[in-house]
Design a protein around this ligand. Structure first.
Ligand SMILES: Cc1cc2nc3c(=O)[nH]c(=O)nc-3n(C[C@H](O)[C@H](O)[C@H](O)COP(=O)(O)OP(=O)(O)OC[C@H]3O[C@@H](n4cnc5c(N)ncnc54)[C@H](O)[C@@H]3O)c2cc1C
Length: 632
């Protein structure tokens, strides 16, 4: 039976507890045990509270206050007035303090001189863009989690990205040594699937089964416990045990064409013999990676995402990635790629975090009051939404809104490292073809909700590290542990406070429409959801899944941070929905053309949602600047 908000502990004032916690820690200087926090800057605990955004809980990601100005401009055509000229002049203004914007500032100093004066403008109250750090202290120890991007997909890095990480002191081999994390499947415990009572009529945690890997020799009995129809169970059990080539006699090119032209769930039904109900169970497996269900992606794309197909193409194994871990081969910092953002900020403005480096960055103290100091050649200004950028004689002129005040600065160059879709509104002078190309980019909405639990005992009793939830808002739930890098340790044997990450996207009202329409509809739903909606959701899942193992939903949740990303992954072109363009004519290539002294970065400029793409595009945008060409 559905529990009331009270039974779920919704009346527990976790927000207020955070507040008291922060205040008392700040005043007593007791933010965390010294051992947990001693590090980069003298071993003092990081001051907690209002001036340090990574500890903020509640609605984060695109938090209230961050996007309203941009929406007023783009959606309502708002005209801004009462402009104040700040009379500040820079060599470079960067719009957007994500990885791409920070990397652009870094490259600019290399290309144009270390004493270049740079202003980086960012609409959020924290830097990093999607590279966001969630830091918890409510359990008495510092616990870190990812607020957005986490994987360093190093096998795909370009020479440019490798060189930047080298210069920042990041050693992938060292990161790999401390990396003991597998998405939802270990190293401690087995993978599992959680069927919730609200969706499936009864609650069932199927231990040892994963939709990617199946369930080994015992797959039949595991699937036998799925709360779905007998026909659907049978079709699934047969799917996982078959080994054949359903395209026997066809050429590789023909097979590729078929797999690129059919949705994954279509393949499961047509060639895998699954019922509609059984195929639907796979839909959420791709939500966290694409913001789209496996019914909107091609079978070919889902092979690359590690979903089972290969065993029906004549191979003895299930999945295409050859790697059981859905994340593929990656390295990680304990706060994800927020550490890369922090290293870049430190390289640009050393005073913010003296003494920090790639080996201690996870513990380094960051003094946000030093981000925007008049004496510093590089300044990073938060809560500043750019509303206009224009070429102005030999330079550029940038107008932005900061706390309701409209202000203007002058700059020789400007790099737009913000989302492409906003650029036509910032730069009305862009050619029409370029504006249309920028509008082609519709980012994929994503959610990453971190919940700090008092301890991991219930997970340990169930012998799971995470689970897949086909019926819930967030398709995946994982304990965040075992990323023992950059000075931080949180071992799997530690049964104390643990962040649990809920990952996914908001299902669109209609998944038969083209993906961009789905994204727009999901985004609207996401923005309409309140913090309480998310809180109720995670409490319901934790109670149903862990309650039988002793988890007390009223007592055992210490903090919740919702990282809401209505504009998440950059849109990458999809087999089923996007045409092939001639070289140089793809929308992202047209969208990123320079305009006078203004050039364009962001992962959008590479039409691919990765940290290394954001870096590559920053480098290109800086070398696109007039007088910024690399001497041949
Ligand atoms: C939940 C999530 C998980 C991810 N996981 C991974 C991963 O594991 N590995 C990976 O490689 N990639 C991942 N990504 C992709 C991620 O987008 C890229 O890796 C990279 O961080 C993008 O950086 P960026 O600078 O191009 O864009 P962003 O991070 O989006 O930064 C752009 C910044 O510009 C700001 N901005 C926009 N408009 C304005 C304006 N008008 N004025 C001022 N500022 C503005 C934005 O608010 C934002 O802060 C993930 C993304 C999300 C959302």
């Amino acid at each position: 039976m559905k529990k009331s908000d009270r039974q779920l502990g919704m009346d527990r004032d976790i927000t207020r507890r955070d507040f008291i916690h922060d205040l008392s820690l700040a005043s007593l200087g007791l933010a965390m045990p010294m051992g947990a926090m001693a590090g980069a800057n003298g071993g003092e605990p990081q001051p907690a509270g209002a001036d340090y955004p990574p500890v903020r809980t509640g609605m984060r990601g695109s938090h209230p206050g961050a996007f309203e100005t941009a929406h007023a401009l783009a959606r309502n055509g708002k005209k801004f007035s009462d402009l104040v000229d700040l009379e500040e002049t820079y060599d470079l203004v960067v719009v957007g303090a994500g990885i791409s914007g920070l990397a652009a500032a870094y490259y600019y100093r290399k290309q144009f001189g270390a004493d270049s004066r740079i202003l980086i403008l960012e609409n959020h109250d924290d830097f990093g863009g999607h590279a966001r750090r969630n830091e918890f202290h409510q359990g008495g120890q510092m616990r870190l989690s990812w607020g957005g991007t986490m994987n360093l997909e190093f096998p795909m890095f370009s020479d440019t990205a490798n060189a930047l990480l080298d210069e920042l002191g990041v050693d992938i081999d060292e990161l790999l040594e401390g990396y003991e994390f597998e998405y939802g499947s270990g190293p401690k415990g087995s993978p599992s699937v959680y069927f919730d009572a609200e969706t499936y009529g009864r609650s069932e945690l199927v231990h040892g089964f994963s939709f990617r890997e199946g369930g080994g020799g015992d797959v039949g009995s595991m699937i036998g416990r799925f709360p779905i129809s007998a026909d659907s169970r049978e079709s699934l059990a047969s799917f996982y045990t078959r080994r054949e080539n359903v395209f026997e006699g066809k050429s590789a090119a023909e097979v590729k064409e078929i797999l690129s032209g059919i949705s994954y769930t279509g393949f499961l039904k047509q060639y895998g013999g699954l019922t509609d109900e059984a195929a639907d169970l796979f839909i959420k497996t791709t939500h966290g990676y694409w913001g789209l269900g496996a019914d909107s992606l091609s079978a070919r794309e889902c092979i690359n995402a590690g979903l089972p197909i290969m065993h029906l193409l004549g191979y003895p194994y299930l999945s295409g990635s050859g790697d059981d871990d859905a994340g593929g081969e990656v390295a990680m910092f304990p706060d994800g790629n927020a550490s890369i953002a922090r290293l870049l900020v430190h390289a640009l403005i050393p005073d913010v975090s003296p003494g920090s480096n790639a080996r201690n960055i996870a513990l380094a103290r960051f003094d946000y009051s030093r981000l925007d100091q008049a004496a510093s050649p590089v300044r990073l200004r938060l809560e500043s939404t750019v509303v206009n950028v224009q070429n102005n004689g030999p330079g550029t002129r940038v107008t932005y809104a900061n706390h309701g005040q409209l202000v203007r600065v002058e700059s020789r160059h400007t790099v737009l490292a913000c989302y492409h879709r906003i650029i036509p509104y910032l730069c009305p002078d862009m050619p029409r073809e370029q504006k249309e190309a920028q509008q082609y980019q519709v980012k994929r909405p994503l959610i990453l909700t971190n919940v700090l639990l008092r301890d991991s005992k219930a997970f340990d009793r169930l012998d799971i590290s995470g689970t897949y939830c086909p019926g819930r808002l967030h398709g995946a739930v994982w304990q965040v542990k075992g990323v023992n890098t950059a000075g931080y340790r949180h071992d799997w044997e530690d049964a104390g406070p643990v962040p649990v990450m809920f990952w996914g996207s908001v299902a669109p009202p209609d998944s038969r429409v083209p993906p961009k329409e789905q994204h727009r509809a999901s985004r609207a739903r996401l923005l309409a959801m309140s913090f309480e909606d998310f809180e109720r959701e995670v409490r319901t899942v934790l109670d149903g899944m862990l309650g039988p193992a002793g988890f007390d939903v009223q007592q055992d949740i210490l903090a919740i941070t919702v990282n809401r990303w209505p504009h998440g992954y950059a849109y990458d072109y999809l087999d089923l929905w996007d045409p092939d363009w001639p070289p140089g004519q793809a929308p992202h290539e047209i969208a990123r053309r320079p305009l006078g002294n203004i050039t364009i970065a962001n992962a959008d400029a590479g039409a691919d949602a990765y940290t290394h793409i954001a870096i590559d595009q920053a480098w290109r945008a800086v070398t696109d600047l007039p007088a910024g060409q690399i001497p041949s």
